[in-house]
Unconditional design. Structure first.
Ligand code: FES
Ligand SMILES: [Fe+2]
Length: 383
């Protein structure tokens, strides 16, 4: 399949733009090309609200975590005043990276010439160098990244002109209200590094109900899911691809496992099923009757990503003496299905290198993938 010279020209995507029933998936190059990926970084990731973590992961002053949003390194740190701030993870002296991983710190010290920053980002020490007109501490604090929070869920945006987070999320806060999102605590986050696939394949896979009996035939599909109904294209004002699956019990457990009681505040259809709001571009949530699990996609290039899977429970459950024991089957289920999905998208990535347009159509079970592909095109193509 020959890649055109101007990838952002809408004329190459007419087959994707058709109604879902007649549409083709994105062309292969959207999953393999460095040039296309560069367009996504510039026109999409650098313009939108990117989920980066949850306040319960950094509860104390000095707690920090580091992330890379399509290569852009950031630090998220809680200050002595309790505020959570985000900064570019790049020293104001000569640009070295300052922090790695997650943890707690008294201050952030650059490893190169040990310039040191307080927990609120202010420059406080430059060993061997005097503060003078050329080195003015007040001007040389860590550069902030715009950060906004919904009920503890933290998002950053590199575009100062972007509309506020709540506009991005639209109906999501109201729709999730009966789960009590403000009461959720992140209890485990597991990262699969270096998955050899384009990030969009994982987003599509999460929204593709067709693969479940095949990829997860020995695991997930044993769960008794009755009246399974995917209500695609529900009216939704936010930047999300959403679906709801009706079933009995918790979707976060394998068949035969037992866990926590349902969240008592749940209302209406949410008492029997799972609500899957996938926040564009790269955060997929699954709110089920007793907990939340959340997939984070961290693209590291056109053909690689890290996938993190985070588990959340209502705060009162996390205080139980038997919490660790009762949470085990929830983690076990994720540990089983994630490698299965990783294998599936890696095989798909390899196949997309065929020099022909083998990838030809979506079916009626994949309309959410089609909606996602078109959302990507809306942002990346020339107006
Ligand atoms: S680059 Fe950080 S102290 Fe020099
Ligand atoms: Fe899957």
């Amino acid at each position: 399949m020959t890649q055109p010279l101007n990838l952002s020209d809408p004329k190459h995507y007419e087959a994707v733009r058709r109604p879902a029933a007649e549409a083709a998936p994105l062309p292969n190059w959207c999953y393999t090309s460095a040039q296309w990926y560069a367009l996504e970084v510039e026109r999409l990731f650098m313009k939108v609200w990117n989920y980066i973590g949850h306040a319960s992961q950094i509860p104390n002053p000095g707690d920090f975590l580091t992330r890379e949003v399509t290569g852009a390194p950031i630090i998220i740190i809680r200050g002595d005043d309790g505020e959570i701030r985000a900064f570019h993870n790049s020293c104001r002296h000569r640009g070295s990276r300052i922090a790695w991983g997650e943890g707690n710190c008294k201050a952030l010290t650059c490893p190169y010439h040990t310039w040191t920053y307080a927990r609120d980002g202010a420059l406080i020490a430059t060993p061997l160098i005097e503060q003078d007109d050329h080195i003015c501490y007040a001007d040389l604090g860590l550069l902030p990244v715009r950060l906004e929070c919904w009920e503890g869920f933290l998002f950053v945006n590199f575009d100062d002109a972007a509309a506020p987070l709540m506009q991005w999320l639209g109906d999501l806060p109201e729709t999730c209200a009966s789960y009590g999102p403000a009461n959720m605590v992140c209890t485990r986050r597991k990262v699969y590094e270096g998955v050899k696939a384009n990030w969009k394949l994982h987003f599509e896979n999460f929204n593709d109900s067709l693969h479940i009996p095949f990829v997860h035939g020995g695991t997930l599909n044993r769960q008794n899911v009755s009246g399974r109904a995917r209500r695609t294209h529900e009216e939704f004002s936010g930047q999300c691809v959403v679906h709801f699956t009706q079933h009995k019990g918790s979707r976060a457990l394998l068949e035969g496992e037992t866990g926590f009681p349902p969240i008592p505040s749940l209302e209406g259809r949410y008492r029997e099923g799972t609500w899957y709001p996938c926040i564009l571009p790269a955060t997929m949530m699954a709110w089920t009757v007793d907990c939340l699990f959340l997939f984070e996609l961290w693209p590291t290039g056109p053909e690689s990503l890290d996938v993190a899977i985070a588990s959340f429970f209502p705060e009162e459950h996390t205080r139980r003496d038997d919490f660790a024991e009762l949470a085990k089957p929830y983690y076990r289920r994720l540990d089983v299905i994630l490698p299965e999905d990783n294998d599936a998208v890696e095989a798909q990535q390899q196949g997309l290198h065929a020099p022909v347009a083998a990838s030809s159509r979506y079916t009626h079970m994949e309309t959410l993938c089609h909606a996602f592909d078109n959302w990507v095109l809306d942002r990346v193509l020339d107006a």
